[in-house]
Every structure is written in structure tokens, then in C-alpha cells.
Design a protein around this ligand. Structure first.
Ligand code: SAH
Length: 570
């Protein structure tokens, strides 16, 4: 029983909505000072449409033990927040707050440690991969078990790039008696219910062939028999496929449409190239490919194994193939350092991952954003190739991997070594980040207002002669130059050399801006004339921007004018 305490019109309206949505509520009206103690004694949990402070004062004298007290959730007058104030886990208040937001909208304000980064809500688990929750799944009980830290088994998820689940969810070959279970399976004989949640992954492709005039009933019956006979769940069918010659075969189309499956058409030539167990010369003579159903299933499943070989009725054929899930690699730039310069999309990708790979100092920077249970594979400076290989290998195994880099992960960072190694069997997502040049430019003023070049002065992997050629080209083209990796303990002369090349063709008062630790606690921002700048001031945490001949300092800010014509010059 869930007690609903409301004292205002807004609270009573919201309580009414919860009462309509939930079968087990009891409403308390009148003064909260009287009704809250009653609800606390009579109910398993209480939702108070009251300020947190007022609720705390009323509840404090009633608290006995976190193992037996009812959970208490406060909802503010504007219904923006549902705040569990007591009994987060044992009293079910965290879960109750989430349920409140499902009905009333707003946000659950979860403050308990194990949930600080938020566990995946089970009703959304795998949703972006196309997982469907099998009806009868006990989302509430298993969700509560996951949140309470109880042992929960996870079966059949291998190969699916799912987000992290907390460490109390352990992989197991099969569900165990009496233990809450999460099962990923296209096996129709695996049923939901009884502290079990079953997800149907989009793992099956149905290949179809037909002779002219097949009815929807015949095709549908054959599909049903093929799936049923093999014990496969129709909910796991991600698509159907056939030959393009059947694009007008109404019965076939109707049967597929009735199941809401996307239908892909292949040419006879594409299908003929797929080796199949049951080719037919008669079919080849008629259609131009020795197999339609088996070949279409295999092709759409990207060569996954056939799980149902060709079955035929008078005018239809069907075969079913299983898809090999694809791993997922997100290459995520986390910005220059400040928390509010990481993009929301980067945060979402970090929370989407089950494995995070990166340089230890960058991974530390975002550790609090990761979901509990995320595997962190971090390593020290100079191990880029190894990190890239690790990230790709993890994705190849079907995991959801986030490879993090500072700034933008594609700028002098991890994206290239990773994507040089990754093949076409994994999905790759890039998330842009605020690169050091942009973070520094914003601090300096507007130095990048016209054409500019980024150059790394690190000659560890690039011969200095090549770097020097590029700097010379930048000098000739009068581009603003952004120097990454300007110096380190071992590399001390390169920046001086680069500046002297630019100085040969730029006025001595050309502004040079340099920013150390942009957006970090130790940030420093400076501007000097090219003739006066001391390259010894830059180190490996510094980004140096040398203006073009048009760049200037205005009110202490570095500015590169946009179009020459704007200034009125011809
Ligand atoms: N992927 C990173 C760059 C890596 S190369 C990005 O997009 O920003 C490393 C170089 O970037 C450093 O030597 C320094 O020149 C520059 N850099 C990175 N972060 C910086 C920061 N917060 N402040 C100043 N320079 C930075």
C-alpha cells in the first residue's frame, strides 16, 4: 500500500493521478502533521506532496530502521522533482520516485551512493539495440533487486553491446532458483515472470520466397510454423528479406506487414552469390538464383548462421538466420578539462558504455559520470597504440566501448589509431569535443576569425623536416597557426624554431597568445608580441596561437579580422 499525502490543490490533483495509475494507494488529506504518522504506520511507502524540509521534520521522530521503515518520497508543488528522503533501497523510495516520475513527469532526485551515476532502468535496457521486453517480465521486482544490490543473474547477453549493469548483476549460464534474473534470449521456450525479466533481442532474420498467387494466410502460417517449430520468438525477428522479383507479391507483403517487420529486397544476382545448404536448380531456372529464402536470410543476417533451413508450403518458402550482433565503439572527446565543456552527448556515450578505455588522467576526470559496473581499462602516457587496440578488441567482442580522449578525440588523439585498426564489423560513433585550440581561442579573444592551421610540434612520430615544411607553408600562406604539443621536457627547441620561421614573414608585433591548462584550475592566458615571446614559457600543457599578419590586440584581446573587405580596405 502506498500512502499519498497532499495538502494543496496541486498536491491533491497529482495524488489523484497517482491513485488512478496505481492499484494500491491510500489517500490522506487534512493536515500533514496528523496524516503522515498514520500513513507511515499503515503503508509500505509514502509519497508526500510537501517540501523536503517539512517532511523531514514530521518523519524524523518516526524513523526506526532502514530495514523496516517505509520509503518516503517528496514531490514539490510544481511536480518537477520526486525526492526519496528516507528508505531509498530497503523502503523502495528510489524506485518509487522513479515510478512517480513515470506518471507525473519531472525528475527523480536520487542521492544514494550506488545510484549516484544512475543504473540503467530495466524498461529501457537495450532499447536502442531493439530489445523488446517479453510481456509478463517482472520489471518491478528485478529492478528493485538490481537497485538494492541483491545478487541478480544475467544470461544470454554476450555479444550485445549493452550499457553497464551494477556489479551485483553477475553473468550466469542460466538463471538460478530463487535468484532474480535478466535473460536475453530469442528462445520462445524461455518465459518471463517470477522475478525474471526476459528481453527479446532483434536477432533473427526471416528469408521468404513465394510462387505467384501465394495468400497472406499461407505465408503467415508457414512463418509461424518455421519459428514455432524451432522454438524461436517472433518478437526477436528484426526483419524479413526476399528477392526483388517478389516486390509485388501481395500475399507475401501482407503477411510481413501484419507482423510489422521491415522487408528488404535483394536482386537475384546478390542472392545467387550466397552459398546455401539447399539450392534448387528449378528455382535458379525460374528466378535466376538457386535460393531465395535461405540466401535472403543469410544475406540480411550478414552471414549469421541459418537456424531454420528451407521449409516449404505449396506456394511459399521460409528460412531463418541468426544475426551476429555488432560491437559498438564510441570515440568520445571529453573537452579541455572543465566539466561544463564536456558535451551532453559525450556524457551520454560514457553512460552508454560498459567498457571505458583511455589515458588514466582523462578517465579519472570522468569517473563519476560512469555507470556503476563499468569496466575501466586505463593506461599511462605513450601507450596510444595499445589503448586503441584494446578498445577495438573489446568492441570486436561485442561490447559497448567508449574510447576517451581530451579535447576532441580525433585531434592528435585516439580516433585515428583506433579507426586504422577497426574493421567493418563494428559500429563506430564519434562524439566531437572542444579541442584545445578552441578552448584557448575563446580565452584569448577571437584569434581564429580567419583562416588558420593546426600543427603539432611533436617530432616523436613525425620527422622534423616534414613539420618544418608545413610551418613554412603556413608562413607563406599567412595563416594563423595553432601549435599543439609545443614543448616537453625532452622537446625544447622546436617552438623557437617554428616561431623564427613565422617571424621571417610576419611583423614583429604579430600577437602570440598562449594558454596553459585551458579551462582547468591552473589556467593561465597570456599575449605577447612575436618579437618578445619567450618560447621557454610553453610546455606540454600549453597551446600556442600565432597570429597572421592581420591579427592584432584590441583591449587586451587577440583578434584576427574576418574579411579584409569588411574593414573597408580594397
Ligand atoms: N585531443 C587534444 C589534443 C591532444 S595533443 C585536443 O583536442 O585538445 C596534446 C596537446 O594539446 C598539449 O600538448 C597541448 O598543446 C594541447 N592541450 C590539450 N589540452 C589543453 C588545455 N586544457 N590547455 C592548453 N593546451 C591543451
Amino acid at each position: 500500500m502506498i500512502g499519498l499525502i497532499a495538502t494543496t490543490a496541486s498536491g491533491r490533483g497529482a495524488a489523484q493521478r497517482l491513485a488512478l495509475a496505481w492499484p494500491d494507494t491510500r489517500r490522506y488529506e487534512g493536515s500533514a502533521a496528523q496524516s503522515l504518522p498514520r500513513a507511515f504506520a499503515e503503508c509500505d511507502a509514502v509519497v508526500c506532496f510537501l517540501a523536503v524540509g517539512a517532511t523531514v521534520r514530521l518523519v524524523a521522530p518516526l524513523l526506526a530502521s532502514k530495514h523496516s521503515d517505509p520509503g518516503v518520497v517528496c514531490v514539490d508543488e510544481a511536480l518537477r522533482y520526486a525526492v526519496p528522503v528516507a528508505g531509498a533501497h530497503g523502503g523502495g523510495a528510489n524506485e518509487l520516485a522513479r515510478r512517480v516520475t513515470l506518471v507525473l513527469g519531472g525528475e527523480a532526485v536520487i542521492t544514494t551512493a550506488s545510484d549516484a551515476a544512475g543504473c540503467v532502468a530495466l524498461d529501457e535496457f537495450g532499447a536502442d539495440l531493439g530489445f523488446a521486453v517479453e510481456p509478463g517480465s517482472d520489471l518491478a521486482a528485478v529492478g528493485a533487486a538490481v537497485l538494492s544490490g541483491e545478487r541478480v543473474t544475467l544470461t544470454g547477453a554476450t555479444g550485445w553491446p549493452l550499457p553497464a549493469l551494477p556489479p551485483n548483476v553477475v553473468r550466469a549460464a542460466a538463471p538460478e532458483d530463487g535468484v532474480a534474473a535478466i535473460v536475453v534470449s530469442d528462445d520462445a521456450t524461455v518465459t518471463a515472470g517470477g522475478r525474471r525479466v526476459v528481453y527479446r533481442p532483434p536477432s533473427l532474420v526471416v528469408g521468404l520466397g513465394a510462387s505467384r498467387g501465394v495468400t497472406a494466410t499461407e505465408a503467415g502460417d508457414l512463418i509461424g510454423r518455421a519459428l514455432g517449430g524451432a522454438g524461436l520468438s517472433p518478437r526477436s525477428v528484426r526483419q524479413a528479406a526476399t528477392v526483388d522479383l517478389k516486390a509485388g507479391e501481395e500475399g507475401l507483403l501482407t503477411a510481413v506487414r501484419a507482423r510489422n517487420w521491415p522487408l528488404t529486397f535483394y536482386s537475384a544476382a546478390e542472392l545467387a552469390a550466397i552459398p546455401v545448404p539447399n539450392p534448387s536448380e528449378t528455382v535458379r531456372a525460374a528466378v535466376g538464383t538457386p535460393s531465395v529464402a535461405e540466401a535472403a536470410a543469410l544475406l540480411a543476417a550478414q552471414a549469421g548462421p541459418l537456424v531454420v533451413t528451407k521449409q516449404a508450403s505449396a506456394r511459399a518458402t521460409v528460412a531463418v538466420a541468426r544475426v551476429r550482433p555488432r560491437g559498438r565503439l564510441a570515440v568520445v572527446g571529453i573537452g579541455p578539462g572543465a566539466r561544463d565543456l564536456i558535451t551532453p552527448r559525450a556524457v551520454a556515450e560514457l553512460r552508454r558504455a560498459s567498457v571505458v578505455v583511455g589515458l588514466d588522467q582523462y578517465v579519472d576526470q570522468v569517473a563519476d559520470l560512469l555507470r556503476p559496473g563499468t569496466t575501466v581499462l586505463s593506461s599511462g602516457l605513450g601507450r596510444e597504440q595499445e589503448r586503441a587496440a584494446t578498445a577495438v578488441a573489446q568492441a570486436d567482442e561485442g561490447r559497448a566501448v567508449a574510447l576517451v580522449g581530451s579535447g576532441d578525440a580525433g585531434v592528435y588523439a585516439m580516433a585515428s589509431p583506433a579507426l586504422e585498426q577497426a574493421d567493418g564489423t563494428i559500429d563506430v560513433t564519434g562524439v566531437p569535443g572542444v579541442t584545445a585550440a578552441l578552448a584557448a581561442a575563446a580565452l584569448l579573444g577571437a584569434p581564429l576569425g580567419h583562416d588558420h592551421a593546426m600543427i603539432s610540434l611533436s617530432d616523436l612520430h613525425t620527422p622534423w623536416a616534414a613539420i618544418e615544411r608545413r610551418i613554412t607553408a603556413v608562413a607563406q600562406a599567412d595563416l594563423v597557426a595553432c601549435f599543439y604539443n609545443p614543448a616537453s621536457r625532452e622537446r625544447t627547441w622546436q617552438l623557437g624554431r617554428a616561431l623564427s620561421i613565422l617571424a621571417a614573414s610576419r611583423p614583429p608585433d604579430t600577437p602570440v597568445g598562449w594558454v596553459r591548462d585551458a579551462s582547468r584550475a591552473a589556467e593561465t592566458v597570456s599575449i605577447a608580441a612575436l618579437a618578445d615571446f619567450d618560447p621557454g614559457l610553453a610546455d606540454m600543457r600549453t597551446l600556442v596561437i600565432v597570429g597572421s599578419s592581420r591579427s592584432k590586440v584590441v583591449a587586451g584581446r587577440m583578434v584576427t579580422p574576418r574579411e579584409y573587405r569588411w574593414a573597408g580596405t580594397p
